[in-house]
Design a protein around this ligand. Structure first.
Ligand code: PMP
Ligand code: GLN
Length: 383
């Protein structure tokens, strides 16, 4: 393994899901729903397969039906206009969108600012692109995690090429406020930075709406926005994601994408085009379902003795394990299946400053209610 990747080892999600399988524990580690997305969307995929749509290489930028559906989605939810032919690109999940964006836009040695804790593929993708990661740490603030805008401003240097943003934020569940987004946008304009913004949890927000960063003044030409069908429609295995942005930026990302996967997920692209056009009720219902699950797990974890940081979005809850007399999230997560039959993820893997992340542990709540209830019962046995 080369030096760029040697530091990264096996992703925590593979390690923890393997641990769950090995021990038979309830898997609240890796974030994937235990119920598949809508029946009609699955049927749409089957229809495409049977009718021979997408069984051969789809067009490089994605099938026109899906690119139009993505553009319609941005207009319907945010009033944003994108040209489906020049400003939308279909990718192999958000993961490829992130990698292709960084490979396309970062020169070796450029600095890339990322909010810490960061989704684990960010660090590896920045490294693969030859960039230097500059983490800006979100810190506990009230009953959530907050961004210090002065720290963000101070992190920008003459070498900064782009900010890799994520809101709603995995793993903390933080949703940046419109004021915070406006400040990020002002900084990007002032320092002439690009922003790659990972908004895959855009529909999984509980307390406020989601505001795309690209909607702020000066951002239209400098923002690459990333979405994914995995999260919004509960089809994480399909790996259908997309990028929206200016023609220049989307063309750049496509230049990298064409040599990573070229294309992917032919028949699923047809199904996701239908999914994006589902009535408002679908989007409302998944949010309300997850809100109830957030409340159930948050209350259960509190009762079990954890300090709970209440997420405003995503399907993750970050907790502090110190009230349980623990301080090392890694050791805690490795022993948890044995001790009580539950798997979680240590947030330290999402930090450069490991000491900052050590006492935090993440639980996923995108699971059936009875599974969450059973997990809570088991976790209460810890005390
Ligand atoms: N970004 C974030 C913040 C995520 O949490 C995830 C998936 N868990 C991804 C990107 C990857 O999405 P996909 O499965 O569409 O590649
Ligand atoms: N995004 C999911 C999570 O954060 C899992 C992604 C993965 O397994 N690579 O848990």
């Amino acid at each position: 393994l080369n030096r760029r990747l040697a530091a990264f080892g096996t992703t925590i999600f593979a390690e923890m899901s393997a641990l769950a399988v090995r021990t038979g524990a309830i898997n609240l580690g890796q974030g994937f729903p235990d119920t598949d997305g809508p029946e009609e969307v699955r049927e749409a995929a089957v229809r495409a397969l049977r009718e021979g749509r997408g069984n051969q290489y789809p067009p490089g930028p994605g099938i026109p039906e899906l690119r139009s559906a993505v553009a319609e989605h941005q207009l319907r939810w945010y009033g944003l206009t994108f040209d489906p032919d020049r400003e939308v690109l279909v990718t192999a999940g958000a993961t490829e969108a992130i990698a292709a964006s960084l490979l396309a836009l970062v020169e070796p040695g450029d600095e890339v600012i990322a909010l810490e804790p960061y989704y684990d593929s960010y660090a590896a993708s920045i490294a693969m692109a030859g960039g230097t990661r500059v983490p800006v740490t979100l810190r506990p603030q009230g009953n959530g995690f907050g961004l210090d805008l002065d720290e963000l401003r101070a992190a920008v240097t003459d070498r900064t090429r782009l900010i890799l943003l994520n809101t709603p934020h995995n793993p903390t569940g933080t949703v940046l406020t419109p004021d915070e987004l406006a400040a990020v946008a002002e900084l990007a304009v002032e320092r002439d930075l690009l922003v790659v913004t990972d908004e895959v949890y855009e529909h999984l927000v509980f307390d406020t709406g989601h505001t795309p960063l690209v909607s702020f003044p000066g951002m239209r030409e400098r923002t690459v926005t990333i979405g994914s069908a995995g999260k919004t429609f509960s089809f994480t295995g399909w790996k259908v994601g997309w990028v929206t942005g200016s023609p220049e930026l989307v063309t750049a990302v496509r230049s990298a994408k064409q040599y990573l996967t070229f294309v992917s997920a032919g028949p699923f692209q047809y199904a996701v085009a239908e999914a994006l056009r589902l009535p408002d009720d679908y989007f409302h219902d998944i949010r309300e379902d997850l809100r109830a699950k957030r409340d159930l797990l948050a209350e259960g974890l509190t009762d079990a003795g954890f300090t709970v940081f209440r997420p405003s979005g995503t399907y993750f809850i970050t907790t502090d394990i110190r009230p349980l007399g623990e301080s090392d999230g890694f050791a805690f997560c490795r022993s948890l299946p044995e001790r009580c039959g539950v798997v979680a993820v240590p947030n330290a893997v999402f930090y450069d400053h490991q000491d900052q992340g050590a006492p935090f542990v993440r639980f996923a709540f995108c699971k059936r209610t009875h599974v969450l209830t059973e997990a809570v019962t088991r976790l209460k046995g810890l005390a």
